[in-house]
Design a protein around this ligand. Structure first.
Ligand code: NAP
Ligand code: HSE
Length: 436
């Protein structure tokens, strides 16, 4: 095959970046792939919009369907996003015998089981490296580089927008809304940015990572998801006083009773490398039994960084176009008939330590009441910050760090403490991970 022909669905941040990288590095890419890679057609909603790439020589259309039906296209690259039109186009492309590359984590996390089964049946490849952690080749690292390991757990900062917001708020004292607007203008955020700040995007990515690490089907609906919108500047400062950083983390861990699958703000000891991953950068820690801890770091969003992963997938497909389908690396790392039915743990069963921040009326005996309730739920306190009021009866912040306990017991204790007359409002809870 002298030339592999690409049909591109979407010419936005990632689509434009992909055209640019393919053009800029064409000679090097041809040497690596063993053939030319040519974008012959591309679709977008509005063909009059200015683009970040040069579209000369590319046939443009507003009809994505024309591309998936075009007999000259070998690889459909889906960079539209969402799981409606993108889902329909990917299924049609597969049905038409075309290989697919996508950066769409929502699509893979929610419909990957169906998509991979269809691709397997048709003998085509669906590649999705760019769907997790932008430019970091984490899918390839886990699926291929760590294939000899029994993976014990993984944890990652896997949303660039959320990390960018937390970093700017901490370092520059900027407002949440202001930083989010900048992340959108830089092309980092999802079309609906609540996916970024409410942790849905990270949960999509974690779902994919967990399947590849543990050989389980994709089960996005079972992921526990908590976003960053409730983190206050005070939480960030108290965490630092206690020697921790707050990061929005996706954690998946194999336990004897099932697999943890959870995304939430997390206190991490400040000396851990991952606690110092800032801005739009992502990082994923993977603990394998043979290799020990490994850490993968790089840009988690943005045009060129994400295009790096998209183009790598295109080159992979170009290289294996002549290989037998049964000899290819399985989508979820394990052979389809070897998927395990290990359950995903309900959040109540997950064990972590906690940071608790509450507003307390500064009266004698209140602390004793709180510790009594914690004690009844077998929760012990590791550290405490109590800010004194100016006079008795003032409302003051009380910060507690606990030892590890099951989430269900912590829920009971928080409910009981919130009912005390001396507690004002809700208790802020952030889970703690030592990542040792
Ligand atoms: P984007 O900038 O919004 O681009 C989306 C493209 O799809 C645009 O060209 C848009 O056309 C086209 N499009 C949207 N809806 C369409 C429709 N109904 N019919 C036809 N075309 C439609 O999005 P993006 O940031 O490039 O993201 C694309 C995918 O990559 C998403 O799945 C996203 O989650 C994923 N991703 C993004 C990043 C990142 O850093 N941005 C990183 C990793 C993965 P118009 O341009 O004419 O509006
Ligand atoms: N919106 C996503 C993020 C894009 O900020 O991480 C990369 O997947």
């Amino acid at each position: 095959m002298n030339s592999v022909k690409i049909g591109l669905l979407g010419l936005g941040t990632v689509g434009g970046g992909t055209v640019n990288v393919l053009k800029r590095n064409a000679a090097e890419i041809t040497r690596r792939a063993g053939c030319n890679i040519e974008v012959i057609s591309a679709s977008a909603r509005d063909l009059t919009k200015p683009r970040i790439c040069d579209t000369a020589g590319i046939e443009l259309t507003t009809q994505a369907a024309e591309i998936v039906e075009n007999p000259d296209v070998n690889i459909v690259v889906e960079l539209i996003g969402g799981d409606t039109l993108a889902h329909e186009m990917v299924m049609r492309a597969i049905a038409n015998g075309k290989h697919v590359v996508t950066a769409n984590k929502a699509l893979i996390a929610k419909h990957g089981n169906e998509i991979f089964a269809a691709a397997q049946k048709q003998g085509v490849i669906v590649a999705f490296e760019a769907a997790v952690a932008g430019g970091i080749p984490i899918i390839k690292a886990i699926r291929e580089g760590l294939a000899g390991n029994h993976i014990e757990w993984l944890a990652g900062i896997i949303n660039g927008t959320g990390n960018f917001i937390l970093t700017e708020m901490r370092d520059k004292g900027r407002d949440f809304e202001d930083v989010l607007a900048e992340a959108q203008s830089l092309g980092y955020a999802e079309a609906d940015p609540t996916f970024d700040v409410e942790g849905i995007d990270a949960a999509h990515k974690l779902t994919i990572l967990a399947s590849i690490a543990f050989g389980i089907p994709l089960q996005f609906e079972k992921a526990f998801t908590e976003g960053i919108t409730k983190i206050t500047r005070e939480d960030v400062e108290y965490a630092e006083e206690l020697g921790y950083r707050i990061k929005h983390l996706g954690v998946s861990r194999r336990t004897d009773s099932g697999i943890e699958l959870r995304v939430h703000p997390t206190l991490i000891p400040e000396k851990r490398l991952i606690a110092n991953v800032d801005g739009v950068m992502n990082a994923v820690l993977v603990q394998g039994d043979a290799v020990g801890p490994t850490l993968y770091y790089g840009a988690g969003a943005g045009a060129d960084a994400t295009a790096s992963a998209v183009v790598a997938d295109i080159i992979d497909i170009a290289r294996v176009l002549t290989a037998e389908p049964s000899h290819r690396v399985p989508y979820l790392a394990f052979q389809p008939d070897q998927m395990a039915d290990t359950p995903i743990l309900p959040m109540e069963e997950v064990v972590t330590a906690y940071y608790l921040r509450m507003s307390v009326i500064d009266n004698p005996g209140v602390l004793a009441e709180i510790t009594r309730i914690l004690g009844e739920s077998t929760i012990s306190i590791e550290a405490m910050i109590q800010k004194a009021g100016k006079s008795e009866g003032d409302v003051v912040p009380l910060i507690l760090m606990t030892h590890e306990v099951k989430e269900g017991l912590m829920n009971q204790a928080i409910n009981a403490i919130e009912k005390l007359d001396a507690i004002q409002g809700e208790i802020a809870r952030i889970r703690v991970e030592s990542l040792e």
